[in-house]
Design a protein around this ligand. Structure first.
Ligand SMILES: Nc1ncnc2c1ncn2[C@@H]1O[C@H](COP(=O)(O)OP(=O)(O)OP(=O)(O)O)[C@@H](O)[C@H]1O
Ligand SMILES: [Mg+2]
Length: 394
């Protein structure tokens, strides 16, 4: 297939690097603008129509660059894919600013050689299929065992169903909850679901599930939440393949507004397709120094493959402090992000919900814990507002 790529970079070495990587790819035309995106001063928008992809060197931290990226993302024509190439100096905050501006991917320049051909394929597929991929993937991970990740995943998924704005009561979102904690998953018991053998079956026979298979395997709760629970019997973590996880996620993302994934504590190989697709990672932690350090390591791990992935750390079992202590300030510094979400310890509400196999919104809607989860869901609704559908349209 013929493709055309525009490289915008003051350094010729970047162009040469891209040329080398693509030498083996037939039918790719490369053009070069020896300047920065900011200095192109709007010309990039005019030129975008002629290219399938624009790769530009991102300096980061330059408001003019963000303005230029925003203009380019808004003004681009057709399916032009926009990729920023970042060196190691680009901070996560700067990478976020670029994706918020509408840039499709921010790739560390160090992995360009390995990943560019695959990224070109993937980004073009994603863009040409964009109308199908309407859902947002929210992955939930934990800083230590038992910190409350599944409680967050289950109740967040439940709260994402209903709109933040009560005046739009007729509207509802389509939400799927997937328990990928293959060996120790508890989503099924938290929601009092009968045993589900789907993940076990595909791990055993290697089937790649399609939309039909998923629909038949996933029960839908009365509130509308569809759930894929973990097997109740032991399955080796590596029994699942990347292609299977990819197929499950892509299928659910094409039919849901939000897909919430409860991740296992051990980082299996098939975490990669989850991380690639994630629009938001929620790390559930407590404020202990060891947990915060583990969060930091997890953030580094997850953002290595997806540098612009927004990561939100949620502190569980602790009310938001009126005044942040030195420990809290230190934690925010280590994590390079503010601690915006705190879920208070509320043993009664949490245990009641787990015992009765119901979400907090049904068992203890007025509890401080349920309200705090509601605020977390509202922040996701606010970040990804377009996802809410009207009931009539379903
Ligand atoms: N804010 C809270 N207040 C009181 N109890 C809580 C709170 N959050 C979670 N719990 C309780 O803590 C226990 C562990 O929670 P949960 O299963 O959500 O943690 P997890 O991180 O998913 O654990 P695992 O490592 O087993 O996956 C459960 O009994 C749950 O009811
Ligand atoms: Mg869990």
């Amino acid at each position: 297939m013929n493709r055309s790529i525009l490289v915008i970079s003051p350094e010729r070495e970047v162009l040469q690097g891209v040329e080398q990587v693509l030498a083996a790819a037939p039918g790719v035309r490369l053009d070069w603008q020896a300047t920065t995106l900011a200095e192109m001063n709007g010309h990039a928008v005019q030129m975008s129509g002629g290219y399938d992809m624009i790769l530009f060197r991102a300096a980061g931290g330059d408001p003019a660059e963000i303005r230029a990226a925003t203009d380019l993302a808004k003004g681009r024509s057709g399916d032009t894919v926009l990729v920023a190439m970042a060196d190691a100096g680009l901070s996560i905050t700067e990478a976020h600013a670029l994706t918020r501006a509408g840039i499709d991917a921010v790739l560390p320049i160090s992995i360009l050689a390995e990943e560019l051909p695959e990224q070109i394929e993937r980004l073009q597929r994603d863009r040409s299929h964009r109308p199908e991929r309407m859902g947002r993937l929210i992955a939930v991970s934990q800083a230590r065992g038992g910190v409350g990740a599944t409680t967050v995943a289950v109740n967040l998924a439940d709260r994402l169903l209903s709109p933040a704005d009560r005046r739009r009561a007729k509207q509802t979102a389509r939400v799927a909850l997937v328990d990928l904690d293959l060996q120790f998953g508890t989503v099924g018991s938290y929601l009092d679901l009968p045993e589900q053998e789907m993940l076990m079956q595909i791990a055993a026979d290697g089937t790649i599930p399609d939309a039909n298979f998923l629909r038949q395997s996933m029960p839908v709760l009365p509130g509308g939440l569809s759930v894929l629970a973990a097997p109740t019997r032991f399955v080796p973590l590596e029994a699942l393949r990347n292609e299977q996880v990819t197929a499950i996620l892509d299928s659910l993302l094409s039919t849901n507004d939000y897909v919430v994934v409860d991740l296992p504590r051990a980082l299996a190989q098939w975490i990669e397709p989850v991380v690639r697709r994630a629009d938001q990672l929620i790390l559930v932690s407590d404020i202990a120094v060891s947990s915060i350090r583990h969060c930091r390591r997890l953030i580094d791990f997850f953002t290595a493959d997806n540098i612009a992935l927004p990561v939100q750390v949620v502190i569980n079992n602790e009310s938001r402090p009126l005044f942040p202590s030195a420990l809290h300030r230190e934690a925010a510094k280590v994590l390079e992000r503010p601690l915006d979400h705190w879920l208070p310890h509320d043993a009664k509400a949490a245990h009641n919900a787990a015992d009765r196999g119901r979400p907090l919104s049904q068992v203890a809607p007025r509890s401080s814990l349920s309200r705090a989860v509601g605020r977390l869901a509202a922040s996701i609704h606010a970040r990804f507002p377009a996802a809410v559908q009207t009931k009539e349209a379903l």
